[in-house]
Write a protein that binds this ligand. Structure first.
Ligand SMILES: Nc1ncnc2c1ncn2[C@@H]1O[C@H](COP(=O)(O)OP(=O)(O)OP(=O)(O)O)[C@@H](O)[C@H]1O
Length: 330
């Protein structure tokens, strides 16, 4: 069953162009000029119940605009849209009770209250019965391991703790769809990993459909079976995440840390394949082709680094590659 059905979805923003200088500003007082910008253009999107879909694209690609239309925050300029059978922008109460939106950059918590009191307010907002509230609250408190935070003022929570609270508040009414816009932004590696673990569990155990936008490769690769790539407002890829990265992720990043100043000699076999991204003698970062990563890593081990990490390529580069490929094929 499809929980999201959108066809030919388009959003055109109109924005004021401010002329330069004082003269221009004065002119603007009497006659304003506007430009139109299609932030989302002719996008079709169907999402089935229980899916975990990743949305990726460069800054300004149109991801947030798409999420805003799906959650009813803004109305589309054109196209048809049904989410759980509702037209989102009508913001009917029954619809609002069935989805949740968490934005990494914007909090929906009450900073002056304690975490526990904040949850109570959400209980009232969602009109939950005492039984349902306690059941869901306790389930997520246990899952996220945040029992100790209930008496703490939200303002004083760390970023990682706040994100767990954001998720708890959003999931309190057991929504059918969870929209997540950059939920791991700014989090350290451990906190990011925890959030991914919880989201996986929520999707698996509660069958919650999740739509996630993220600039982090790790989020998309480890969580989303399906990915949608947006570029300049249009959909350029919709399909298996595994296949997407298999095809377009060409490189890996190796970081080596040494206890003493170290010179590395790149052997002929790998010459031209290791691109130095950073080197201060103690720490070296290389970009290497994915298919050679095993061999190159083995070679680097001879220099006995104190620490070594192998990271995914930035999502932006992969998107760039997909986009140029689409242009070539078009
Ligand atoms: N309220 C608005 N008025 C005018 N233009 C807007 C408005 N909101 C967004 N835009 C423009 O629409 C385009 C898409 O923005 P959007 O925020 O959807 O991108 P995004 O893919 O979410 O980017 P990011 O990854 O940086 O969050 C951008 O060019 C942006 O400047």
């Amino acid at each position: 069953m499809n929980v999201i059905e959108a066809e030919d979805l388009t959003k055109v923003y109109r924005r004021y162009i401010k002329p330069e200088g004082i003269k221009g500003s004065l002119k603007g007082l009497f006659r304003r000029e506007y430009e139109e910008k299609a932030a989302v253009s002719h996008v079709d999107l169907c999402v089935e119940e229980g899916e975990f879909v990743g949305m990726i694209g460069r800054n300004g690609a149109g991801k947030t605009t798409l999420v805003k239309m799906l959650t009813g925050i803004i109305a589309p300029t054109n196209g048809s849209i049904r989410v759980l059978g509702y037209y989102p922008n009508k913001l009917e109460k029954r619809f609002r009770q069935q989805y949740a939106l968490v934005m990494g950059q914007k909090s929906q918590l009450f900073f002056e209250l304690t975490a526990g009191d904040t949850l109570h307010l959400f209980k009232e907002m969602y009109h939950l019965s005492e039984k349902e509230y306690e059941k869901n609250r306790d389930y997520f408190i246990e899952l996220f391991g945040i029992k100790d935070l209930m008496d703490v003022q939200v303002r004083t929570l760390s970023l990682g703790e706040r994100m767990k609270m954001e998720l708890l508040a959003a999931l309190l009414h057991n929504p059918k769809i969870l929209f997540l816009d950059e939920p791991t932004i700014g989090l350290d590696a451990v906190a990011g990993m925890q959030i991914r673990k919880y989201l996986k569990e929520v999707n698996r155990e509660r069958k919650t459909t999740i739509l996630l936008t993220s600039h982090y490769m790790e989020d998309i690769k480890s969580l989303c079976g399906r990915s949608v790539v947006i570029n300049h407002g249009t959909k350029v890829y919709d399909g298996s995440t595994e296949q997407l990265f298999e095809r377009y992720q060409n490189n890996k990043k190796i970081t080596l840390v040494f206890d003493s100043l170290t010179e590395i000699e790149i052997p002929e076999a790998f010459a031209g394949k290791c691109r130095i991204l950073d080197d201060n003698g103690y720490k070296k970062v290389y970009e290497i082709p994915k298919e050679d990563s095993g061999g190159i890593l083995e070679y680097f081990m001879r220099y006995k680094p104190r620490d070594i990490s192998l990271d995914e390529e930035e999502i932006g580069k992969v998107v760039e590659r997909i986009y140029s490929d689409v242009r070539v094929r078009a």
